[in-house]
Design a protein around this ligand. Sequence first.
Ligand code: ATP
Length: 578
Amino acid sequence: MQFAEFTQVLSQLEQTSSRLEMTQLLSQLFKKTSAQEIDKVVYLLQGSVVPQYEQLEFGLAERLVFKSFVSSFSLNEAQARQRFKQIGDLGATVEEFRRTNHSLFEASSSLDLLTVFGKLKTLAHQSGTGSQETKLGILSDLFQQLDPLSCRYLVRMVVGKLRLGFSDMTVLDALSWYLKQDKSLKSVIETAYNVRPDLGLIAKLIKTEGIEKIKQIEPEVGVPILMAKAERVGNAGEIIKKIGACAIEPKYDGFRLQIHKMSSGQVKIFSRNLENVVQMFPDLVMAVNQEIAAQNCIFEAEAVGYNPKTKKILPFQEVVQRKRKYQIEEKAKEIPLKLFAFDLLYYNSQSYLNRTYLERRQQLNKVVKSRQQVINLASETIAQNTDLINQLFEQAVSDGLEGIMAKKLSGTYRAGARDWNWIKFKHSYSTRLIDTIDCLVMGFDYGKGKRTDFGLGAFLVGVFDPQTDNFVTVAKIGTGLTDQEWRYLKTQSQSLLTPSRPSIYRVAKQNECDVWLKPGLVVEIRADELSLSPAHTAGLALRFPRLERFRQDKAPHQTTTLPEIQKMQQLQHKSSLK
Ligand code: ATP
C-alpha cells in the first residue's frame, strides 16, 4: 500500500464524527492492507510506531519541525510563520506549501507505507548527541518525497497531534467488522486486547490466524495486562448478596503497581495507565529480586509509604511524592515504600488469569518470601456473613484506610473488566454517593478576584461515554481547591491548551469554556450526590463537587464512565428510599 493511500483514509476519518462511519472506514482500510502492513497501519493510526505501552515518542517539538520546514524549503521565515499563525496547524501549513509549490519536488506519492514506517521508526529511535539533526534530516527527506496530504499527517504524527477522534475501542469494533461485517466479535477481541494491549499485534493475529487464535491469547511477562477493576456497593449486605462468602482485604490507599519479574532478571513496573515507571522505584526493583520466589511472574500490589521511625503508614499525599523523575534516590530514603501484594497473574511461565482467587492467592502466599521487609501480603480474612464484613470495614476505617475490598472466592482475574469478582466498599458518611468519580478536565474559565492570580476561575469536568467515544460534562468546579492545587492545575494545563473545543467533547452552550484543554488531566472528585441536569451533557450533574486528588496514574479513557455514574445515581436513589 502506498503511504498516500493510507493518508487519504486519514483525511476521510478526520471529516466524519460518526463512530459507525469511522468503524467502517477502518475496517475497509484493514481489508486493503497486507499481513505485513496491518500492525504498522494500526500503530500509525495511533500516531506511533510501537504499541502504546512502550511510550516511544518522536521527540520533536513543533518549533523544531517548523524550523526544519523553513530551512529545507529555503522559505522566508517571517512569511512562513505568519501563514502558520493564520492556519493554526503546522501539518496543514506544510501541506499548503507543498501543494502550491509542486514543481519544486520530485514525483510525489511514490513512497509505500512500509518505507515511511521504517523511516519513522528510525527517527523515533534516535537518541543522544546529534540525534535532533538526524531526525530533522529524515523528516525533510520525507517532505520532499511525499504528496501534500501525506505531509499534513506526517507532521501531525511527529509533533504528537494526530488525534483522529477515536479510541482503541473503535479500532476493536473495526476489527470485528473486518471479520464479520458487524460488531459481534468485539467482546472476544476486547478480551484478548485486555490481556495483550497491543493493538497492532491483535490486528496482525486476526489477519493472519483468525479469531480462534485471538481466543487463546496469553499474557507475556514484560507486556502489561489491563488491570481488573472493582464494582461498588453501599453496604456489607449487598456484598454477601452478590458473591456470598468472600475474601475481605483492606483497601490500602497508595498506588497500584503491576510488577513483572522476567527470567532475565529484568523487572518492569507498570502503573494504572500502563506506563512503565520502573525508573522511579530502584528500591522496589531490589526488593523484587530479593523477596520474590519465582523465575518469572506478574503480580499486583498497592504501594504505600511508611515512616520507618513510627512504623506507621503515611497518607496518600506523602506517598505520591515518590512518583517523580528527579531526586529519586533521596526521596526513596525519605519515604520508603511497602508493597501489599494482593494478586498473582502469571507464575513460572504459566498464566494464572483463569485460576480462581483462592488458587491465585495460595500461590501468591508462596511467592512472597519475606513478608516483613518491603513486600508484604495484603491481609485477608474469609468472611461468611455481614457482621464480620462490617467489623472488618470498621477496623479498616479506624486504621485510617478508605474501606475494604471483597473478592469472590471462585472469581478469575478479569483483565480490564469491572465486575463483581471484586467489590469495593468505601466509607462515605457525609455523602449519598458510594464512590468518588474520576473526571477529565476539559477546559476552564478565566478567574475573577483572588483567583486571577492563578488565571483560572472554574474548570469543566466530564466523564467518558464508551458508546460514542466522547466525553460528556458533569460539573464546573470553581471552589474548594487550595492555592497549591490551583497552581498545579494551571501548570499541568499548559501543555494541553488547544485553540478550540476538541470534537470529542459534548458540551452544552452554558458550559462553554474560555480555554479548552486536550484530553490529558484526570482528577478524582468527591460529591454529595448526582442529580438530573439538562445543563450537563451526561444528563447528570455532581452536587457540591470538590477535588479529592489529581490522578496522574490514570489516562483520559480511564475516567469513570457514563454508564457507571448512571448506575451510581440509581444506587443512591435506592439507599435514600431505605
Ligand atoms: P478503579 O475502580 O477504576 O480502579 P480507582 O483507581 O479510583 O478506580 P479505587 O476506587 O480506589 O480505584 O479502588 C480500586 C483500587 O484500590 C485498586 O485499583 C487498587 O489501587 C486499590 N487497592 C487497595 N487495596 C487493594 C486490594 N487489597 N485489592 C485490590 N485493590 C486494592
